[in-house]
Write a protein that binds this ligand. Structure first.
Ligand code: 6PG
Length: 485
């Protein structure tokens, strides 16, 4: 263990929190040739981590005290905090602060709420210290072998960590999946929206799985074949790849498909919900993400759902279409169409937040660093990168030439699949909301004229007229008259 002797070569970076994610990130950093100092609240965890690091030990300085840990890092010191999000991060920062010097950088690499990140950044503003909020995606494997990394903080602090982070990030065709995205909470905000899109993507895949399982009555193995085929086509992505693998796995105890033995109650830790809250705060319609979060909530109400099924039963599914393969092709295209809606919504939320928080978020860069390493990585994100590179400020992804063509090509299958599912009583809230979003977005003359009339009727809220005449109220007198009739 380090004893404060600074004559040894100092570490390029430090990391606090040797849980699974922290350990994997630290090993990744060491493996890429960067010296790293590590510290954990319980020294036993540090000792075990060091002992298990075997051939990477030469790159690791294990420390038992905060003093030794801080002394082991080359100033200005970048220190990654990889612990449970929320209060523990604030507590850890308070513990660290007295040992740090001007220019040192505390880096929160957890799934923090970006509003906490902004607060932490602001708190340190006049202290000489600074703060980076760093979104890290890719789960445990990504942390160990190459995550996608979304950085928010000052440009100067980014310069200090750029080399290390570039070395550990995932690469897409040699292009590192890491970038500085803007000030204070920019990195954590983008990670939050990444997760919101992740929720929508996963929900849509689950809905398609539901149609294949409960509509077409395919077995887990047969559905795995379908996803395996799709993964070779336009839907090629990590989530489709793992869906195939999950569906193929057998339970070691019973030999049955593992997926059939898993309770249908989805967990969630908050990032999806934050995406929806922020979309609403920003006044952006993110219906597919909202539907995905709501679907997880409903999934968790298993007892209530079972009780309701006893009352209502479930509708009889429509007979499978005669040409099963043609329908499966429609499902593939429907998933692609709905996915476009979800991504368009996620990027629209980021565009609005970029203005609101003065981040100047670089849309092509965000799409670029999501192409590898992260959970939503896919070929599709390469196409989004190209679309935003051609037009970084486009109002909506779906009106870019490449994506409008894709939407036109896949619109009919999405309509067919959603209507088939609805008539069969199969819940497809995310697919349907993506379709509803598109139908509302593409229609120049909607129905809000009636809402405006109603608002004016009961509250004299006024409206704008199509003919430009300046007469902002309707001929209904005081709306309250209706009560006297
Ligand atoms: C990632 C994941 C990761 C985590 C999610 C899970 O990008 O690596 O998004 O951050 O798996 O937070 O979130 P839920 O538990 O809310 O599904």
């Amino acid at each position: 263990m380090q004893n404060g002797d600074t004559s040894v070569e100092q570490a390029e970076i430090g990391l606090i929190g040797l849980g699974v994610m922290g350990s994997n990130l630290a090993l990744n950093i060491a493996e890429k040739g960067n010296k790293i100092a590590v510290f954990n609240r319980t020294p036993e965890a540090t000792k075990k981590f060091y002992a298990d690091a075997s051939e990477l030990q030469g790159q690791i300085i294990p420390c038992e005290t905060i003093e030794d840990f801080v002394a082991a890092i080359r100033p200005p010191r970048p220190i990654i905090i990889m612990i449970k999000a929320g209060d523990p991060v604030d507590q850890q920062m308070e513990i660290l602060k007295p040992y740090l010097e001007n220019g040192d950088i505390m880096i929160d690499a957890g799934n923090a709420n970006f509003r906490d990140t902004i607060r932490r950044f602001d708190t340190l503003k006049d202290s000489g210290l600074t703060f980076i909020g760093m979104g890290v995606s890719g789960g445990e494997e990504g942390a160990r072998h190459g995550p996608s990394i979304m950085v928010g903080g000052t440009e100067e602090s980014w310069k200090r960590v750029e080399k290390v982070l570039t070395s550990i990030s995932a690469k897409y065709d040699n292009d590192p999946c890491v970038a500085w995205l803007g000030n204070d909470g920019a990195g954590h905000f983008v990670k939050t929206i990444h997760n919101g899109i992740e929720y929508a993507d996963m929900q849509m895949i689950a809905e398609i799985y539901g149609i294949l399982r409960d509509g077409l009555k395919l077995s887990a193995g047969e559905i795995a074949d379908v996803f395996g085929t799709w993964n070779k086509g336009r839907l090629n992505s990590y989530l489709i790849e793992i869906t195939e693998k999950v569906l193929r796995a057998a339970d070691p105890v019973t030999g049955k498909p593992m997926v059939d033995l898993i309770l249908d109650k989805a967990g969630q830790k908050g990032t999806g919900k934050w995406s929806v809250i922020e979309a609403q705060n920003m006044g952006v319609a993110a219906t597919a993400i909202e539907a995905a979060v709501a679907a997880r909530i409903l999934s968790s109400q298993k007892d209530e759902r079972e009780a309701a099924e006893k009352i209502f039963g479930v509708p009889k599914a429509l007979a499978a279409p005669a040409d099963k393969q043609a329908f499966i092709d429609d499902l593939e295209n429907a998933l692609l169409a709905a996915k476009i809606g979800a991504y368009a919504q996620g990027f629209a939320v980021m565009a609005a937040a970029s203005k609101e928080f003065n981040w100047d978020l670089p849309m092509p860069t965000i799409a670029r660093i999501w192409r590898a390493g992260c959970i939503i990585r896919s070929q599709f994100l390469d196409e989004i990168t190209s679309a935003f590179t051609k037009d970084p400020h486009v109002a909506n992804l779906i009106v870019t030439p490449a994506f409008s063509k894709m939407v036109q090509d896949t619109d009919a299958p999405l309509r067919h699949v959603v209507s088939h599912a609805i008539l069969s009583g199969l819940p497809v809230p995310a697919l349907a909301s993506a379709l509803g979003y598109f139908d509302a977005y593409r229609r120049g003359r909607g129905t809000a004229n009636l809402i405006q009339a109603q608002r004016d009727f009961f509250g004299a809220h006024g409206f704008e007229r199509t003919d430009g005449v300046d007469k902002p109220h309707g001929p209904w007198g005081s709306g309250l008259d209706i009560f006297s009739k």
